[in-house]
Design a protein around this ligand. Sequence first.
Ligand code: FMN
Length: 185
Amino acid sequence: MTKSISHNRERGRASFLEAMSRVASTVSIVTTDGPAGRAALTVSSLVSVSADSPLPTVLVCINKSSAACPVILSNGAFCANVLREDQQHIADIFAGRTGHVGEDRFVAANWAKGTSGAPQLVDPLASLDCRVTHSDLVGAHHVIFAEVQSLCIGSREQPLIYANRAYGTTAPLASKPDVLVAKAA
Ligand SMILES: Cc1cc2nc3c(=O)[nH]c(=O)nc-3n(C[C@H](O)[C@H](O)[C@H](O)COP(=O)(O)O)c2cc1C
């Protein structure tokens, strides 16, 4: 069912969010530490931009109203910690769903210090320690571009996924039998 967005702004926004809730994403904890302090939040907007820029580049979209946003921008660095399927509890804590705030959130896991000084999960699927290059404010979100300075790759396990407003995980599809292509008579 096609829904026009432009006709009714409010309904358009709700339809957009409903449509986007069907997009499955991995879940990461974006952390930062530095002169502006230590902070972190849960995100599903971590995206690879290019491996062919001077240094590999990623972006993440962070709501300007989140407490962590000004700290990340001021420190100019962050570490994106990609979560495994069994790390949902960490995602909930840094999403503000458990009532933990500020420093209390960090009790959720064990942390090392990344190259930028940002907290790096000791057992992520992968973590990317990044230096912010620039950011654009689009609506309520800062689109933050960053160069990957160092990374850590964990064991190949199932990622935590967020889709249809719920956590899930990936299950490899059964490999399809070779499809026989009927030769044209
Ligand atoms: C699965 C999931 C994905 C999220 N993705 C984002 C995101 O990409 N960007 C964002 O700004 N907030 C995102 N949030 C919301 C923030 O994690 C939440 O608002 C956070 O608590 C903000 O930090 P604060 O409590 O320190 O202000 C997400 C929340 C969940 C549960």
